[in-house]
Design a protein around this ligand. Structure first.
Ligand code: AP5
Length: 214
């Protein structure tokens, strides 16, 4: 089973993917892969750092190659795609590679709530665990609940960059909504939009109902 979590920055894709890991889903998050490459100062990391810090997308060719390689390694393990596809070209590349998607779950949240979420987000970079200063604070301020290590704020979680990312989302990613709604009419693909402005547990419960795995 392959599930695309589609939604604007801050819609809660990563939060939901982490919650679903306990159900055996692998989590393929292109943003996390790119941030790890930057951290390692690999050639890929140097190539993408500037685009990410500016809130722009990295090139389709590069990201498509990265995702194909990851999916190949995962084989038939149920998988959540978080942050991919993000353009029509990326969606077409999946189809052309014969990679079947079973579900597209669109997490819908208003812009002002997104800005609140992202400006208050803190992350534990090694594990990808995500917190929020108000709605999901760590037990000890600025420390990861599991390891006690410090939390950080992402470079692209500053208000100006968040607004840039939202513009890029509207221009380049939002067209995927109609694309997949259309595909759902003519194939086995299932598409559903969720009100993701509810608390994370309520969103998780709704996804459970959709996937039949409460
Ligand atoms: P990426 O890392 O994918 O960022 P994004 O899509 O902008 O998504 P986010 O990680 O910001 O948000 P999220 O939806 O996962 O929200 P989260 O669960 O953390 O991409 C970063 C960059 O990499 C891109 O800008 C681009 O440059 C590049 N890139 C990545 N993929 C690419 C691709 N395919 N093609 C080209 N370039 C690519 O939640 C956010 C906050 O809200 C947290 O604090 C959380 O605690 C809180 N929260 C979550 N859910 C709720 C809730 N229900 N109620 C209250 N608070 C909540």
């Amino acid at each position: 089973m392959r599930i695309i979590l589609l939604g604007a920055p801050g819609a809660g894709k990563g939060t939901q993917a982490h919650a679903l890991k306990e159900k055996g889903y692998a989590h393929l998050a292109t943003g996390d892969l790119l941030r790890a490459a930057i951290q390692q100062q690999s050639r890929l990391g140097r190539q993408v750092q500037e685009a990410m810090a500016a809130g722009q997308l990295v090139s389709d060719d590069l990201i498509i190659a990265l995702v194909k390689e990851q999916l190949q390694q995962m084989g038939q393990q149920p998988c959540l795609l978080d942050g991919f596809p993000r353009t029509l070209a990326q969606a077409e590349a999946l189809t052309q590679a014969g990679i079947v998607v079973d579900w597209v779950i669109h997490l819908l949240v208003e812009q002002e709530e997104i800005i609140r979420r992202l400006s208050g987000r803190r992350v534990h970079q090694p594990s990808g665990r995500v917190y929020h200063l108000e709605s999901h604070p760590p037990r000890i301020p600025n420390r990861d609940d599991v390891t006690g290590e410090p939390l950080t704020q992402r470079d692209d979680d500053r208000e100006q960059t968040i607004r840039q990312r939202l513009q890029v989302y509207q221009a380049q990613t939002a067209p995927l909504i109609a694309y997949y709604q259309q595909q759902a009419l003519h194939s086995e693909l299932r598409y559903h939009t969720l009100d993701a402005s509810q608390p994370a547990e309520a969103v998780r419960a709704q996804i459970g109902v959709l996937l039949n795995d409460k």
